[in-house]
Design a protein around this ligand. Structure first.
Ligand code: C5P
Length: 274
């Protein structure tokens, strides 16, 4: 029996996010920069027996039913085209906050596609994996690529960017609020950005504050003032830049390496330096 495979899906933050148009298929065109961060879930895959189905168990942050988990979707998508795929038992340990704008669920689905592809030698290349990933969600293809990039279209057209933030401390804060992606998109009036994101992120980080914007901040901050307060708290602590990631509810702050940080967020908030 092949040995177990364990992979560690990571999260992402969005550096700027503009909704540029509404599409006939119901989705929106957007422009954003995806930046991967080393905050991980863990996903173990072992070969099962019997009918080719996937048994999913989870630990860590509690999740709703297994049937509509993105891991189940990933397995079913591949099974349609690869009937030789055996039964598998998957264990997901959830650590990345859920419904948080960090892409944790998308990463789980994308990493499972890759793990199944490798473990069972399905022979899928990166474009093919990205096409499967897009069927699971708009920011899933990013996690196949998983390097800093400018994303357009629904979020699936990816252009690599030479951008690295390793000179900064990155702090994530999430007040435990779940934001439904569709709710957030419904509150945006699409518009062209004032300046292209790829030129703004090439500026020094201290110049991002009044230039690099996330369109979701206005509706999300007005509905959830606690999230707006997280961003203000990061700036009060000396962040060079702070913003909402995706549709939230996570905000992140970029700090100088030698910054002295002492936060006083309520104990149930998720606060993590990456
Ligand atoms: O693609 P995903 O499943 O993550 O999208 C969830 C919801 O977010 C969609 O049903 C849609 O309402 C909205 N969305 C959108 N345009 C995008 C991505 C998401 O309108 N580019």
């Amino acid at each position: 029996m092949p040995p177990a495979v364990i992979v560690f899906p990571n999260c992402k933050i969005n550096l700027g996010l503009h909704i540029t148009g509404k599409r006939p298929d119901g989705y929106h065109d957007l422009q954003t920069v995806f930046y991967p961060l080393p905050l991980h879930d863990a996903l173990e895959v072992v070969t099962g027996t019997g009918n080719p189905t996937m048994a999913l168990t989870t630990s860590g942050i509690p999740l709703d039913g297994a049937a509509d988990n993105i891991c189940t979707k990933a397995y079913r998508l591949l099974q349609q085209d690869f009937p030789q795929l055996p039964a598998v038992a998957v264990h997901l340990h959830k650590y990345i906050p859920v419904g948080a704008g960090l892409g944790g669920g998308s990463a789980d689905g994308a990493f499972l596609l890759q793990a199944l592809n490798r473990k069972y030698s399905l022979g899928l290349d990166e474009p093919a994996l990205m096409a499967y990933a897009l069927q699971m969600g708009s920011d899933c293809p990013f996690f196949i690529h998983n390097r800093p990039c400018l994303a357009t279209g629904r979020g699936e057209h990816l252009q690599p960017l030479s951008l690295q933030l390793s000179d900064y401390r990155i702090v994530l804060v999430n007040p435990g609020i779940h934001i439904a992606t569709a709710w957030a998109f419904a509150r945006i009036r699409p518009a062209a950005p004032e300046a292209p994101l790829e030129s703004i992120v090439r500026l020094p980080v201290p110049e991002w504050k009044h230039r690099l914007k996330n369109d979701f901040e206005a509706p999300v901050f007005s509905a959830y003032p606690d999230i707006a307060e997280c961003k203000e708290a990061l700036y009060r602590q000396g962040a060079l830049y702070a913003a909402l990631s995706g549709t939230g509810a996570t905000v992140y702050g970029l700090f100088e390496k030698n910054a002295h940080l002492s936060f006083s967020f309520p104990p149930h908030y998720f606060v993590k330096e990456c």
